[in-house]
Design a protein around this ligand. Sequence first.
Ligand code: UDP
Ligand code: MG
Length: 328
Amino acid sequence: MPISLDYTSYRINMENSTLAIIVPCYNEEEVLPQTNLQLCALLNEMIDKRLVSQESYILYVNDGSRDHTWQLIAQYSEASAHVRGLKLAGNVGHQNALMAGLETAREDADVTVSIDADLQDDIHAIPEMVKKYNDGCDIVYGVRRKRTTDTWFKRTTAQLFYKFMTGMGVKSVYNHADFRLMSQRAVNALCQYEERNLFLRGLVPLLGYKTDSVYYDRLERQAGESKYPLSKMLSFAIDGVTSFSVKPLRLIFYLGALFLLISLGILVYVIAALCQGRGVQGWASLMLSIWFVGGCLLICLSVIAAYIGRIYTEGKHRPRYNIEKYKK
Ligand code: UDP
Ligand code: MG
């Protein structure tokens, strides 16, 4: 069912609520003109219908783009009172850029919606989200109904990612990325989580506020390329797991226990062979087990190292981002 744009049923007390639509942008010059056109049209319509206040705005966060993204944002913010631009001093990654936008917007926005720049998420879900906010929700997730427009690779890796996260004990909303509405108090609460290895879709469910979901069909990226290659997705998944679960550390124990059992089995086998007067030969099996156990040990060490590495970065308390310019 298409998302209805009929605002008549919405509570009018939203009139005074200021909405900030936060859009992190990294090298998005190809898609940004379209994005801006559509978002401005939507925001104007929402303001006209008094769904949100006249002061509502779109906040583009330029995450150290190397193309003309910032020039475009500056141009848009000159042209419209409803467009703002936040220029970060360098590329800090999607999650940190989003956090920069949220921390900036919470100063004067009652409610925020974060959305990617590529128009893959249906912007018409935003009024629906605001309606749920009106009904008393502090957090509204945008959830993809189906992903048929994604490539097979993207779809499969994304599904594996959710399964892996769940298996590792991380609670996250299935098929929800970073398209979500958050009230000011939810953002304030989020800002108190000071971790540097940010995994917002795992953090937000921890806030505990009243939550709901809005369903939409995921569209294709309207222009430009994905900024999440496999390597970034993998490190994102590792960040997610290590930030929210110590299950991998516990699994090491089980692996150790399994190896111990196997070694006991081998011991029994050797003793039985000796009792029967047979010697036990086996250069090949010896080498194999040395390399097998050695490999497993290194993997276990690397799992522990992943946690230590994160303690190291968290311990330094470096800022997540630096702001170069804020164009209102
Ligand atoms: N992005 C960002 N910084 C980065 C990488 C990506 O701000 O270092 C933004 C990007 O401009 C987009 C959003 O994060 O608005 C999601 O990226 P993308 O659409 O490429 O990811 P995908 O949808 O392919 O997972
Ligand atoms: Mg995308």
